[in-house]
Design a protein around this ligand. Structure first.
Ligand SMILES: Nc1ncnc2c1ncn2[C@@H]1O[C@H](COP(=O)(O)OP(=O)(O)OP(=O)(O)O)[C@@H](O)[C@H]1O
Ligand SMILES: [Mg+2]
Length: 410
């Protein structure tokens, strides 16, 4: 042997990173899958709730009405659950605006004081001077509620629930602890309990969707997955500290507005509004029509609804110049949306058309081009989706639909 070179290296860190990546990918896949199912399910629920409301308005019998009310209560509960799933899989952006976390936190605490047993002592330490954050108030409410509910459930024999909110600067020391933390000012929400606590193996799993230690029927395991989804989408981070038998603390760092302004999440597109433009909306689902009409009228459009393709075509044929834009569903009995679009184009070639389709329906580019459709939108859409689709169609700028800033994923 003339020469010998020895190479030795510690690979344990790489193995750990690989393991983390594999886990993150698995969670992402579960999220996507659940999100897809939730989308379809949302469609079905809209019909169930919508039709039940309709029938309830038509019957007089009080017993029947009470039963229908039960259907509605269950339907709404299902809708909340679907909303949680869509939130944790980050398929809803929420309506973000500058807001004060302190207002929401105090609201939640008021609610808890009224509903928690006297064995739970509530300590509130909220700095009312905290800077604003750019977030959806409903999601912040959901987040605070999920954390406080967990804290309460960890104290079956009573204890202290402490909720504090203060401002904090993400300095070098803190950023060493949390590498994903952005530099700058943050709002720190801490929820602490003196409950059963968790060991390290448990902490590893708590943010996984559908992970729960509660008895069957006791929990969905979506609480912390939702919290994680919300915080990550806002560019924040979560810290957990816990000792079995002593208690737990969850720390939520949210970038303050002056910090977040430089962050990519800030590039949230605004919801474009209408200016009295006349819309003809065609769908064979009454619930969707009513919901859609309400949405667009709130945005400043004038909306005429038609139940099904034949009624839609008839309305359009009677007064082709009375509409500035047509929205049509794709899957309808007798005549599909693309067929209808072609018929409408023959009556007035220049009218812009928006096609809405279900999650799994696919159309070829040729089909779309031949029927003169300008924008496509997937059901169930958010207010923002529909607003942009209508704007894009009216201005004949389909590229407006593509300008979509997705929240960054760490
Ligand atoms: N403050 C806490 N103290 C002790 N354990 C906790 C605490 N918060 C969460 N956990 C553990 O983490 C698990 C997951 O919590 P998560 O909120 O995601 O779901 P869940 O509470 O079980 O169900 P859901 O929130 O849907 O009702 C819980 O089952 C519990 O074991
Ligand atoms: Mg929970």
């Amino acid at each position: 042997i003339v020469q010998f070179i020895g190479v030795k290296r510690d690979v344990s860190v790489e193995v750990q990173i690989q393991e983390q990546m594999r886990h993150a990918q698995k969670m992402e896949a579960i999220g996507t899958l659940a999100g897809g199912v939730a989308h379809d399910f949302n469609n079905i629920l809209a019909a169930i709730v919508g039709y039940t409301e309709l029938v309830k308005a038509q019957v007089q019998d009080t017993r029947l009405r009470t039963n229908l009310e039960q259907v509605l209560v269950a339907g709404r509960r299902a809708r909340d659950l679907v909303r949680q799933i869509l939130t944790f899989s980050r398929q809803v952006e929420g309506e973000r605006r500058p807001m004060q976390v302190q207002t929401i936190v105090r609201e939640v605490l008021k609610l808890l004081r009224a509903s928690l047993p006297a064995t739970i002592e509530i300590h509130e330490r909220v700095d009312l001077q905290c800077p604003t954050v750019q977030a959806d108030p409903t999601q912040i409410h959901q987040l605070t509620m999920n954390l406080c509910t967990n804290a309460y459930q960890a104290m079956p024999d009573g204890g202290v629930l402490e909720v504090s909110l203060r401002q904090i600067e993400a300095n070098a020391e803190l950023r060493e602890k949390y590498p994903h933390l952005q530099p700058g000012r943050h709002v720190l929400l801490s929820v602490a309990d003196t409950g059963i606590g968790m060991d390290a193996t448990l902490i590893d799993k708590i943010f996984d969707p559908f992970f729960t230690t509660r008895e069957k029927g006791g929990g969905t395991g979506l609480g912390l997955a939702t919290v994680h989804g919300i915080v990550t989408a806002l560019g924040g981070v979560i810290g957990v500290e816990s000792t079995p038998g002593v208690g737990s603390r969850f720390d939520i760092y949210l970038p303050a507005l002056d910090t977040a302004q430089t962050a990519p999440q800030q590039r949230q597109p605004r919801t474009p509004r209408g200016n009295g433009e006349r819309v003809l909306w065609i769908d064979d689902e009454k619930a969707i029509l009513q919901f859609g009409k309400e949405l667009l009228e709130r945005l400043g459009y004038h909306v005429t609804i038609a139940n099904g393709s034949l009624e839609g075509l008839e309305l359009f044929r009677a007064t082709p110049d009375a509409f500035d834009v047509v929205i049509t569903d794709q899957t309808m009995p007798k005549m599909t949306g693309t067929q209808l679009a072609r018929a409408i184009k023959q009556l007035r070639p220049k009218v812009p058309i928006v096609l809405s389709s279900g999650y799994s329906e696919t159309l070829t580019d040729d089909e779309i081009r031949d029927s003169g459709i300008i924008t496509m939108i997937e059901k169930p859409f958010t207010l923002n989706d529909m607003a942009r689709a209508v704007r894009a169609a009216l201005e004949n700028r389909p590229e407006l639909m593509k300008e979509r800033d997705l929240p960054t994923i760490d």
